[in-house]
Write a protein that binds this ligand. Structure first.
Ligand SMILES: [Zn+2]
Length: 432
């Protein structure tokens, strides 16, 4: 007789009653993508079955609560059974676009607009403090980061309760602890210390003021970090220690500025995920690692210890903090090719599909057959994206043998135009 080695659980039960099949995919719609996402999930249920949940930025909740969930009509089980995570995304106050900052500052929380918050230590309110730093010309990014730390940190503890109240009222099924981003090596220790303090304060508040929700809501610690920070061993160790001491149900990692062509940096990110996974396993608890804001690169992280990835809909991930960065010149957005795994413009796709039609067999593509009008292209390409990722691709990942997912992914990337990712799939470094 021999005993069969126990395979690690491929499922995780959430306190809300949902069961997640790992690895899992969540989608992150922007404020104007609620209707498209809703329709795609309701119309093509067979091809979107692997969309395990939605991550909604807190600043977008007022709109998405109406367009995605439409609470006034009969609730739809197909939408309700998807896990709902409302993400505070407070890092936007420090690193976001000015428009994101304003949306967040104008959000109505229990005590008024978030930006109206005043504290005795500061002359200006939160809004004026944030915008004064953001609008300053000729200030280097490190100096800006330093100024944010000095002037914004005093506000953070004072908004903690209101932000958590907002997330709970929005019905989040996993509460993400409000946090600050870690962006600059020179002040990283200060930033990590603040992130650590906010995470543990949130945990204490959650267990006391929100005690009624602790049995039905999971708790997540969020690490929002610039990729280069993860090249430093000491910073990584401190971040891992923060997770271990806070004892969350989940941990989220949001890499704010990853350039996938930067090999040492990508390796640092993957190594951090794997080290975090191993540290959690030593600690002996099943804590899923969520990687936020990734596209196909997220599949690679499944072989390095990540359990869940959160993906934007048919757009590039990774917010770059440089306000001078050019925006995507193709107003129509891009179509994600199912084999090449890259995004093509309307004109490129028109040329490619002129002979044989669209290269994909999802329902939106089959119904459309050809590239069609520019007017409806945007809506179409997003519906296609949801079916491609939440249907076909996650289906392939679930069907692959967990022990050899790296080989299945190597084949897939090897046939695509993202062959650079093959190098990170030599072996499975850590399992979720
Ligand atoms: Zn398609």
């Amino acid at each position: 007789m021999w005993s069969v080695p126990e395979t690690p659980s491929r499922y995780i039960d959430l306190k809300c009653g949902n069961r997640l099949e790992l690895p899992a995919l969540f989608l992150h719609p922007l404020h104007h993508e609620g209707k498209i996402l809703r329709e795609t999930i309701l119309d093509t249920s067979a091809q979107t079955q692997h969309v395990a949940g939605f991550v909604i930025s807190m600043k977008d909740w007022p709109k998405l609560s109406q367009t995605l969930y439409q609470p006034t009509i009969v609730p739809s089980p197909r939408l309700q059974e998807r896990v709902r995570i409302v993400d505070p995304e407070l890092h936007l106050l420090f690193t976001g676009l000015d428009s994101d900052k304003r949306d967040l500052l104008n959000l109505k929380v229990t005590s008024g607009k978030l930006g109206d918050r005043k504290i005795p230590e500061a002359k200006k309110n939160l809004r004026d403090t944030v915008m004064a730093i953001a609008m300053q010309e000729g200030l280097s990014q490190p100096s800006k980061s330093k100024q944010y730390v000095e002037e914004l940190y005093p506000f953070m503890s004072s908004i903690l309760f209101d932000v958590m109240r907002y997330l709970i009222d929005a019905g989040t099924e996993t509460l993400i602890a409000p946090s600050v981003p870690i962006t600059s090596k020179a002040i990283a220790l200060k930033q990590i210390e603040m992130a650590n303090r906010l995470s543990s304060d949130s945990k204490v508040l959650f267990a006391s003021r929100f005690a009624n929700y602790t049995s039905s809501t999971d708790f997540m610690v969020m690490i929002a970090v610039n990729a280069h920070i993860l090249e430093n061993t000491e910073f990584c160790e401190r971040l891992i220690a923060m997770v271990i001491t806070t004892r969350p149900d989940h941990v989220g990692i949001k890499v704010l500025d990853l350039d996938e062509r930067d090999v040492p940096r990508v390796e640092a990110v993957l190594k951090f995920i794997a080290n975090l996974r191993n540290a959690i396993d030593v600690f002996g608890r099943q804590i899923p690692i969520h990687i936020f804001n990734v596209r196909e690169f997220g599949y690679v992280t499944f072989c390095h210890g990540a359990s869940v990835i959160e993906m934007p809909i048919a757009r590039k991930p990774y917010m770059h903090i440089n306000r001078n960065n050019p925006t995507d010149p193709s107003q129509l957005g891009r179509y994600t090719h199912p084999v090449d795994l890259v995004d093509y413009t309307y004109d490129q796709l028109a040329e490619m599909s002129a002979m044989n039609g669209l290269p994909c067999s999802c329902t939106p593509c089959q119904n459309r057959r050809e590239i069609g009008d520019k007017d409806t292209f945007n809506e179409f390409r997003k519906k296609h994206f949801v079916c491609l990722k939440g249907g076909f691709e996650m289906d392939e990942i679930h069907k692959a043998d967990a022990d050899s997912l790296n080989i299945a992914l190597r084949d897939k990337f090897g046939r695509s135009k993202q062959t650079g990712l093959v190098a990170y799939l030599e072996r499975i470094v850590a399992v979720p």
